[in-house]
Design a protein around this ligand. Structure first.
Ligand SMILES: C[S@@+](CC[C@H](N)C(=O)[O-])C[C@H]1O[C@@H](n2cnc3c(N)ncnc32)[C@H](O)[C@@H]1O
Length: 221
């Protein structure tokens, strides 16, 4: 990866642009995401699974811009195929999309002005692969169900290292959805207290954050 020097300052128009992107939570925890990206160790990767229109990604990109150098990469995973519920949610932000539309081109256009390297991986998160080295920040806003979450852990978990920051944006979603099957992320984290430390993310959404502090055997997950 090239190491481009940044100014370390973020232009106000980019902050405004980030805040205008339709959001299911990324904007609400924007400060946290920006700081996480700014503090990521050089040469590591930031991975986001569940990007939608790129609200959280834009906040991560702002954090990358605040670094002295662009020496971390952002990788986004999403199916980018709008379902009916996403069409309705987008409409609330004044954005009109068609059911089953491939939304990746518009997400790429939206994020281009941030001018940081972002790799887009389109498809099912459960079929994703990862060969990008150490992951220092892992943001998950998909895979609430047990089988999906376990598969995502098996794919990305082996590339976490001590100190990796996990942001689980659906962590408390089960309280809102009232579906016990959505509680698995919380159940998993709570059953591994030696491996994850709560980062006390004060969030108006269902998000929570954890610091990975001890290696887990993901083959057995
Ligand atoms: C809650 S939205 C993400 C919102 C975004 N993080 C934000 O801050 O606005 C979840 C996204 O994940 C995608 N998604 C959900 N399950 C997925 C899966 N199994 N594989 C790939 N993408 C998935 C959806 O299509 C949607 O774009």
């Amino acid at each position: 990866m090239s190491s481009t020097l940044c100014s370390g300052r973020v232009p106000a128009d980019l902050v405004e642009l980030a805040d205008r992107i339709p959001s299911m939570g990324g904007r609400q925890i924007g400060h946290f995401l920006r700081k996480a990206a700014e503090d990521a160790p050089p040469g590591t990767a930031i991975v986001e699974v569940g990007t939608w229109f790129g609200s959280g990604t834009a906040q991560l990109a702002l954090g990358v811009r605040q670094r002295r150098a662009v020496d971390v990469a952002i990788h986004c995973y999403d199916r980018w195929q709008a379902n009916e519920s996403e069409v309705t949610k987008a409409k609330k932000f004044g954005v009109s999309i068609e059911p089953y539309e491939n939304t990746l081109p518009r997400v790429m256009d939206t994020l281009q002005p941030f001018e940081v390297p972002i790799a887009f991986h389109r498809g099912e998160a459960t079929k994703a692969s990862w060969r990008g080295g150490v992951i220092s920040v892992f943001v998950l806003d998909a895979a609430k169900q047990e089988h999906e979450f376990r598969q995502v852990l098996r794919t990305f978990g082996p590339s976490w290292q001590e100190g990796t920051l996990l942001v689980l944006m659906d962590y408390r979603h089960w309280m809102k959805s009232a579906q016990e099957t959505h509680r698995f992320q919380q159940t998993f984290i709570e059953s591994h207290p030696d491996h994850f430390i709560d980062e006390h993310l004060e969030s108006p959404t269902s998000s929570a954050a954890f610091r990975y502090r001890q290696v887990l055997d993901f083959d057995g997950v």
